[in-house]
Structures are given as structure tokens and as C-alpha cells.
Design a protein around this ligand. Structure first.
Ligand SMILES: Cc1cc2nc3c(=O)[nH]c(=O)nc-3n(C[C@H](O)[C@H](O)[C@H](O)COP(=O)(O)OP(=O)(O)OC[C@H]3O[C@@H](n4cnc5c(N)ncnc54)[C@H](O)[C@@H]3O)c2cc1C
Length: 456
């Protein structure tokens, strides 16, 4: 892959964002061996295929899906497993490796190695920069932060996940190293092992933060504060069935929720784990979302999504055991409540919150606060000069419920005037409003493959 920019900065396709989604699109475009050969990937991070998830420096951060389900190529399910077999630290036959929860850092390496191995990869230009603007004419003209401009017939927005801010006015939040974003793996590494730490949010990023601390033999107390105190649940051995969802699609949200509970109860009754029901739903989630009317989708987001998330986005069993063990010793405590304030004082950081049961505000004194409040889905709150420019020009418009961008079909972005298609396409998190499940590798690789077919 080449960089810096060469003399003729004209491309067939420019992919903005070189995380997992952008790299998957590039791989599938090259694998299609069609006429689209001049590709640019614009990505400011140190590596391709990393993004927020796979740039971790901690080997303790594991994938939350078994290796046999993470191949880049859906029709070659053993591809990732075969890669793992060549890597240090992975032993056993294909079946054993297929069932393992590999290190996330190795998945990022796998993505970039797979891209490098595709015929034509040598001609892909990696522009190590941020895209700040797109002007639309016959072709799209993309401006990079350093000032360079390139043109492309098609542009793929693969800009991924943006961390949600702490729900307080910016002026009231102490800076680093007192308050640290969960994805700032280097800053978390600097936390002293005896420091007391408060983690805001109880999702998968919280689990990451706890594992990062534990990896350095953390002895201080870790208190998690989240609105509902719901923690991600554990995986079990995989065993999904084929599921017919015709009845579910005709039901309203309440009926669907009841039906799923009944299925889980029936599964348990016949000795099967509820997890198998969730996994059986996986191929149908986008249909289930699309067949819910907008007001029911809103109701889902307000009342059901938090339960959906902990059942659907689960933990590798070994990780779940480690978290349970830390809770049982009391080192890790989980509180449900609403954050009131974070104040830096001479003796540390004072975090105040009010419990969900309406009790008097409680206070905690810690050395660090880690923001693990998750991913910001609301497009109007994202700090992206590129998106701000696209919105100003009416080239994009918010997706349903202001989540991500409005998109159609294989990823065509819908403009303010309702027109969709070339040159702008989106993949991954930017499609969440239309698809709901649009961030895990299982969905990303399908989207990337379809979009590559369209572009090629
Ligand atoms: C901590 C964490 C752990 C996860 N673990 C798993 C897991 O185990 N299994 C799973 O299936 N999924 C997991 N996920 C879901 C994850 O979202 C996807 O797997 C995948 O990493 C998303 O890739 P992406 O490319 O869409 O987004 P990102 O990884 O966010 O990558 C987007 C990239 O775009 C770049 N970018 C943004 N704006 C611009 C711009 N203007 N110009 C140029 N570049 C730009 C960013 O620098 C970034 O590198 C995890 C997510 C997180 C956050």
C-alpha cells in the first residue's frame, strides 16, 4: 500500500475510515476483481483495520464472537481460523481454534494482512489523514486535513463509532488524566494499581476498562455507575436454530417481546440456553427492525434496547468469569443511578450521583474517572468536521431517530432532497438508524460485500 499521495490523486473509490468496515469494503472490492482498481483509504490512525475496537494494546481484550464466525469471507468460514493457526499463542486443531475467543488485536492484524494479500493491494493508496470535506460535482472532491485534495467517482463513508461524552456540561468535567475516555488504552495503562477508579457506564467498554486495570494487578476499588446497572451477559457454547419470524413480523413490540420471552422459557424448559434464541434471531434482526413502525422503534429504543444490548452483545465466558470473580470479592461494585457532578478537589475527584431508587445523592472519592458511556448514535452530536460539512450542504440527512445517516439498499446515502446514490455510500455504524444491528463484524462483512458488488 502506498503513501504519501502520488501525482494523480484520482480514484475510482475513496473509502473514508480505515477501521474494520473500510478495510472490509477494500478487501471485497479487490476480491471482486472488477474494473474498480484505483482505491484510496483515508485513515489517520497508525494502522489499518484497527479502529476503536482493534487498536487495543491489551491481549486481555478478547473478541466477543468465536473465531469460526469472524471470517472476512462469509463463504469461506475457516479463513480467520487458518490465519490464527499461523500466529503465536494459538494452538490446537481447526475445530478448537474455531471455538476460541481470539485477541482483538489479532483481528485487526488479520484484517490488514488479508487486505495486503489481495491481488492489487499494492496499488491501494492509504492516505494517512482525516477527510474534512467533500464537494460534489461530476466526481466527488475530498479535502484532507493537511490540505491535499483528491477526487473519486464514489465515496464510502466508513467512519464508524464515536465515543459518547460524559452527560455533563464540558466545563464541569475535569480533564485528563483525571477523566479518561475508555478507548484511550494508553492513558488507562498509566493508572496506578492502588488508585480507586470510577467507571461511568456498564457496557462492553466498561468490561474492557476493568480488564485493562486487572491486567496490571489493580488493587484499588473499581466502582461502576450506570443508569440501570445492567451488565453484559455471558456467551455459552454456540447452538442457534433456524427460526421462522413470519409471525413475529406481524406482531407489535409488546407481542414480540412476550413471544421472545416465551421462546427463551421454552428453550430453558427443554434444557437449552436462552442464548440460542438470541443467536437464532441474529440473521433476522434487520427485518424485525424494519417491520416495526417508527413509534414502536422509538419505544424499543427507550424501554427495550438496554435489555436487548446485554442479551445480544455478550462476553466471552472467561471474561464473564473474571468480572464475576472481581464482583464477588467486592473490588468491583456496580451502582445504578444518574450522574450529578464530577469535581476535582485537593483530595481527589468527587463523583456525585443519585440512585435510581430516588435515594439521597451519594458521593464517591476516586483518583480517576473512566468514561465508558458507550457509542454516540445521534448524528447531530458527533464531533466530525466532515459530517458537519455534509449536513450543511444537504448531501446527507440524519437517519431514523437521528441515529446515523439516512441510507438505502446497499448503502446509498440519502441527501436532503431525497435523492440517493453515487457518489456517497455508507457502511457500518452510520447505517444504524435504518438497520439497527450495523456494527458487529457479522453485519459489516455482509454490508461490505454487497456494497463492493454494487461499486464494482
Ligand atoms: C471497544 C469495542 C470492542 C468491540 N468488539 C467487537 C467484537 O469483539 N466483535 C464484533 O463483531 N464487534 C465488536 N465491536 C463492534 C465494532 O464496532 C466493529 O467490530 C468494528 O470495529 C467497527 O468498525 P468500523 O470501521 O465501522 O468503525 P471504527 O472501528 O470506529 O473505525 C472507523 C475509522 O474511521 C476513521 N475516521 C472517522 N472519521 C474519519 C474522517 N473524517 N477521515 C478519515 N478517517 C476517519 C477513524 O479514525 C476510525 O479508525 C467492538 C466495538 C468497540 C468500540
Amino acid at each position: 500500500m502506498t503513501h504519501p499521495l502520488q501525482t494523480a490523486p484520482q480514484f475510482d473509490v475513496a473509502i473514508i475510515g480505515g477501521g474494520a468496515a473500510g478495510v472490509l469494503v477494500a478487501i471485497h472490492l479487490l476480491a471482486a476483481q472488477g474494473p474498480v482498481r484505483r482505491l484510496a483509504i483515508i485513515e489517520p490512525r497508525a494502522g489499518l483495520g484497527q479502529g476503536a475496537a482493534y487498536s487495543t494494546v491489551y491481549p486481555e481484550h478478547l473478541l466477543n464472537v468465536v473465531a469460526s464466525r469472524l471470517s472476512v469471507f462469509p463463504d469461506d468460514p475457516g479463513h480467520f481460523v487458518r490465519y490464527l493457526a499461523t500466529q503465536p499463542g494459538y494452538a490446537g486443531d481447526e475445530a478448537a481454534l474455531g471455538d476460541c475467543y481470539a485477541r482483538r488485536v489479532d483481528f485487526g492484524r488479520y484484517l490488514s494482512a488479508t487486505l495486503e494479500a489481495e491481488p492489487g493491494a499494492g496499488d491501494v493508496q492509504w492516505l494517512h489523514d482525516e477527510a474534512t470535506d467533500i464537494q460534489q460535482g461530476n466526481k466527488a472532491t475530498i479535502t484532507l486535513a493537511a490540505g491535499a485534495r483528491i477526487t473519486a467517482r464514489s465515496v464510502v463513508l466508513a467512519i464508524g463509532n464515536f465515543a459518547r461524552g460524559i452527560p455533563l456540561p464540558a466545563a464541569d468535567i475535569p480533564g485528563a488524566p483525571s477523566c479518561i475516555p475508555a478507548w484511550d488504552y494508553a492513558a488507562i495503562r498509566q493508572i496506578q494499581p492502588d488508585a480507586d477508579v470510577c467507571i461511568l457506564g456498564a457496557g462492553l467498554s466498561m468490561v474492557d476498562a476493568v480488564l485493562s486495570l486487572a491486567a496490571r494487578d489493580h488493587g484499588g476499588n473499581i466502582t461502576v455507575i450506570s443508569r440501570h446497572g445492567l451488565m453484559p451477559l455471558a456467551h455459552v457454547e454456540h447452538g442457534a436454530h433456524d427460526l421462522n419470524i413470519d409471525d413475529l413480523t406481524r406482531q407489535n413490540l409488546r407481542q414480540r417481546t412476550r413471544a421472545l420471552r416465551a421462546m427463551a422459557a421454552a428453550a430453558r424448559g427443554s434444557g437449552e440456553p436462552w442464548q440460542w434464541i438470541m443467536d437464532s434471531l441474529r440473521p433476522h434482526v434487520q427485518t424485525l427492525w424494519a417491520t416495526l413502525p417508527a413509534d414502536e422503534q422509538r419505544c424499543f429504543l427507550r424501554h427495550v434496547a438496554r435489555f436487548w444490548d446485554i442479551h445480544r452483545h455478550r462476553l466471552a465466558p472467561a471474561v464473564a468469569e473474571q468480572i464475576d470473580a472481581m464482583r464477588s470479592t467486592g473490588q468491583l461494585q456496580v451502582r445504578s443511578g444518574r450522574l450529578i457532578s464530577i469535581a476535582q478537589q485537593a483530595d481527589g475527584i468527587h463523583v456525585r450521583w443519585r440512585g435510581t431508587d430516588g435515594t439521597e445523592p451519594a458521593q464517591l472519592r476516586v483518583e480517576h474517572v473512566i468514561n465508558s458511556t458507550g457509542v454516540e448514535k445521534n448524528i447531530t452530536r458527533l464531533a466530525s468536521p466532515l459530517l458537519a460539512s455534509l449536513m450543511r450542504q444537504g448531501l446527507v440527512t440524519p437517519g431514523p431517530h437521528a441515529m446515523g445517516l439516512a441510507t438505502e439498499g446497499s448503502g446509498a446515502v440519502v441527501a436532503e432532497d431525497g435523492r440517493a446514490g453515487a457518489p456517497l455510500f455508507a457502511v457500518g455504524a452510520m447505517r444504524i438508524g435504518d438497520l439497527w444491528e450495523s456494527t458487529a463484524i457479522g453485519e459489516l462483512r455482509m454490508q461490505a460485500q454487497r456494497l463492493a458488488e454494487l461499486l464494482a
